[in-house]
Design a protein around this ligand. Structure first.
Ligand code: PAY
Ligand code: ZN
Length: 309
């Protein structure tokens, strides 16, 4: 049957629903969205990648990923909202149309697919991947401690039972390896890297693996300040911003630091709503407002990339 329910963007969706959605939105917007497979997870699930943008030659690109950490459901909801807005407003919204004509967004709706499925089936507060670790019954690696950026030196654990376990080696996880390979293989076009987490209401940029000041700190700070100002303008949501190490905490092995050191200058981590009242259990009633304010920040960063990268 080709009869299906309309996708709900104001609810949290399970992985099967999201995978059906990504297939449909690509099929129905073939001039703007195409779907490919970024890789395969530890448990064998496909990790999908949506390329969002009008076709053109030599386009700059921005990677936008969601669902690194399984329990951060608002992140996953945001990626869906972002793609919905792109297809709905292309051709009528001037800023968005200009962005999509001149940039490609590579959107990963759910990176940690095994973990996300596990938060729906078994443990809502799961964070890590679901890979088996040798010598222990404890499962999983923190994907945001698994990149080769000061790997496992600070703010990360070498114990497999911990929530911030850095893994057996950098890119030990199929999920992080797939993302890193994609970025490495497309470094000439990728100018921005935006990774969406929750919660804390922060916009972070390198570094988190040390207090070292990034070469582009001044520019990144200005880009973050302007993005946060846009975000706050909608509903007065307060964000802090700055280098990760000084703004949230030291944490080595993160994807933003790795992408930055690999050459992706505009590398940011978003920590979406809230500041802890609901934490990871942000009510569905806040999906719309959170997504709309966050899109203002993403547009601001993307516009800067388009004009400066
Ligand atoms: O760049 O410093 C960074 C990454 C910071 C995030 C991390 O630990 O990976 C921050 C946490 C996250 O989103 O995973 C924040 C949440 C509230 C947590 O689990 O502590
Ligand atoms: Zn996270």
């Amino acid at each position: 049957s080709n009869i299906r329910a309309v996708h709900s963007y104001v609810k949290y969706n399970d992985l099967d629903t999201i995978n059906a959605w990504s297939a449909n939105i690509a099929a129905q917007n073939s001039g703007l969205v195409s779907r490919s497979q970024l890789g395969t997870s530890y448990e064998g699930r496909p990790i999908y990648l949506l390329k969002v943008g009008k076709s053109g030659s030599n386009k700059k690109a921005v990677v936008l990923d969601c669902g690194f950490h399984a329990r951060e459901w608002i992140s996953v909801a945001f990626c869906q909202w972002f793609v919905k807005e792109a297809v709905e407003k292309y051709g009528s919204d001037t800023q968005l149309t200009n962005l999509l004509n001149n940039l490609d967004f590579y959107v990963v709706p759910v990176l940690n697919v095994d973990g996300y499925a596990y938060t729906w089936s078994t443990n809502r507060m799961w964070r890590k991947t679901r890979s088996v670790n040798s010598g222990t019954t404890c499962i999983g690696t923190d994907p945001n401690r698994n990149f080769n950026a000061g790997w496992c030196t600070v703010g990360a654990s070498s114990r497999a039972c911990d929530d911030t376990y850095c893994g057996s080696s950098p890119e030990s996880e199929r999920e992080t390896k797939a993302l890193a390979n994609f970025i490495r293989n497309n470094l000439s076009s990728i100018k921005g890297y935006l990774t969406i987490h929750s919660y804390s209401q922060m916009l972070l940029f390198p570094y988190s693996y040390s207090y070292a000041v990034a070469k582009d700190h001044t520019e990144l700070n200005t880009v973050a300040k302007n993005a946060v100002s846009q975000l706050t303008s909608l509903y007065k949501t307060k964000y802090t911003y700055g280098a990760g190490g000084t703004t949230i905490y030291l944490a080595a092995g993160g994807s933003d630091d790795w992408a930055y050191d690999a050459g992706v200058k505009y590398s940011f981590t978003f920590e979406l709503r809230d500041t802890g009242r609901y934490g990871f259990l942000l009510p569905e009633s806040q999906i719309q407002a959170t997504s709309q304010e966050t899109i203002l920040a993403v547009r601001s960063i993307a516009t800067h990339i388009l004009n400066n990268a």
